[in-house]
Ligand binder design. Structure first.
Ligand SMILES: Cc1ncc(COP(=O)(O)O)c(C=O)c1O
Length: 477
């Protein structure tokens, strides 16, 4: 098709245009940023390796990439203990909202009035500080999804989902209370989904077998998630058929599990399946799914742990669906700094301690979040994300046309982008070579690379990335 041709044509000029852009673009558009990567060693460097050998106290040493110097890290750049400065397009598994050491956050932390919030971590469920309701209003409630006036804070993403599931079960049982006890209820999830690694969440996580190995699970229904063809606009007919097939299966499963005596109390879904390989579905798909949930009396839980916080170009990815009543529960964590979930009034548990743990979040994170939201508004960061997201996806289309043997299925919304690599071994090699050239990226799914920059990632950074990625790909040709 014409589009592909023009992409291919543009692709031939990429090297040139990138070189031009990185020379001509203003040095930096983020005040507290560095002006580019700077590499002294291969990563991990000697100091990282020595520290790694000393670090025998954790079960997770095998997962450690390298050790970091967070004092020296700034803006879009993560600095490691060997003095390597990398453009960070993975941002601590997508959890740094406005870059490292943002001056507004440093200022907030240096304010003596905030010291007691940092030093004393309360058991929020029983002894919250006086300013807690105000801080919630300033932070989480100021970005509450449409139709949701209540929020429950939690510590991490899994703990937010775990408690959101409980809230759905309690709500479901309250609708049809008969005998007390532990009922046979279920949550419907999707193939390729990731909702966390705790026991309940794990029962709805289906991204990689290793997460589930040896751990017992529930007999809960798992529906197919649409396998779409990209770019979406070129395959709308085929994709609509695929989505209709999945929706039909969802309804069949709901009926089947009701007949089995394990009715579906809730449906949980990510707006973009992230860990599972950046799988997208259309706004129509989500609107229909929302209607199916209503029709069958199931709560609808949208897991925005990875998509929430602005990198799709809207604060919540579900805003792209254009609905007044998008969900009954929306969970969050990562870029929101605190975990938790928003919910409708009906999903408020009827008695204290039914949804409860010791900390139930952390007020110091609400303090930081309120400031992060100020920065997002003041610096129009959602518009910036939309702008740099366009530059990023166009650059990926061009590279894909230039390296058809390596790259395929470029896709994204805002800067929440991904691209597939021909196989897992090539992906690993590309990730390591890019890192040694000063660009930090992450994988997802079987063979995708995902892009998860902070919200302060501008056009300028996109072009630095495209130049380096281009060099790395040329080595794999
Ligand atoms: C969509 C989604 N849900 C839940 C989780 C789990 O969050 P956490 O790792 O904070 O427990 C993640 C983590 O990556 C996620 O991407």
């Amino acid at each position: 098709p014409k589009n592909n041709l023009s992409r291919a044509k543009k692709g031939r000029n990429l090297q040139e245009s990138c070189r031009y852009v990185s020379k001509a673009a203003p040095k930096t558009q983020v005040e507290f940023d560095y002006d580019g990567p700077s590499m002294k060693t291969s990563v991990p460097g000697t100091r990282s390796q020595v520290t790694h050998k000393q670090h025998v106290y954790s079960q997770n040493v095998g997962a450690i990439n390298f050790f970091c110097n967070y004092d020296e890290s700034r803006g879009n750049y993560l600095v490691d203990v060997d003095g390597n400065r990398m453009l960070d397009i993975y941002t601590q598994i997508s959890s740094i909202p406005i870059g490292y050491n943002h001056p507004a956050l440093l200022k907030l932390m240096s304010n003596p009035n905030n010291l007691s919030t940092l030093v004393n971590r309360p058991a929020l469920g029983i002894l919250p500080p006086e300013n807690f309701p105000n801080k919630l209003t300033e932070s989480l409630l100021s970005v509450a999804p449409s139709g949701m006036g209540r929020v429950q804070t939690m510590a991490c993403g899994s703990c937010s989902n775990e408690n959101a599931y409980k809230a759905m079960f309690i709500w479901y049982r309250n609708k049809e209370r008969d005998v007390p006890g532990c009922p046979e209820l279920s949550i419907l999830s999707f193939m390729g989904a990731f909702h966390g690694r705790t026991m309940g969440c794990l029962a709805t996580t289906h991204s990689k077998a290793i997460h589930k190995l040896d751990v017992p699970s529930f007999d809960w229904p798992i529906a197919p998630f649409p396998k779409l063809q990209y770019p979406l606009e070129e395959f709308s007919r085929e994709n609509a058929q695929e989505e209709a097939r999945c929706l039909e299966e969802v309804e069949d499963l709901i009926v089947k599990w009701r007949q089995k005596g394990k009715p579906v109390a809730g449906i949980v879904i990510e707006p973009i399946q992230a860990e599972g390989g950046d799988n997208h579905a259309s706004p129509d798909f989500f609107r229909s799914l929302r209607n199916i949930a209503c029709k069958h009396g199931c709560a609808f839980h949208v897991d925005e742990v990875q998509t929430g916080g602005g990198n799709t170009g809207k604060f919540w990815a579900h805003e792209h669906w254009g609905m007044d009543d998008p969900a009954d529960i929306v969970s969050f964590s990562k870029k929101l700094l605190t975990g938790g979930y928003y919910h409708k009034d009906e999903l408020q548990a009827d008695k204290p301690y039914r949804i409860f743990n010791t900390w139930m979040g952390d007020p110091s994170k609400n303090l930081l979040l309120a400031e992060v939201l100020n920065v997002i508004r003041k610096e129009n960061l959602l518009e910036e994300v939309t702008r740099s997201g366009k530059a990023l996806i166009n650059g990926l289309y061009e590279l894909q046309a230039q390296y058809p043997g390596i790259l395929s299925r470029a896709r994204g919304q805002g800067t929440f982008c991904a691209i597939d690599i021909c196989d897992d071994a090539t992906r690993s090699s590309i990730l390591l070579k890019a890192r040694d050239k000063g660009v930090l990226l992450g994988g997802c799914g079987d063979r995708s690379i995902r892009f998860r920059p902070a919200l302060v990632f501008k056009d300028y950074h996109v072009h630095i990335f495209l130049n380096i990625f281009n060099e790395v790909l040329a080595q794999h040709k």
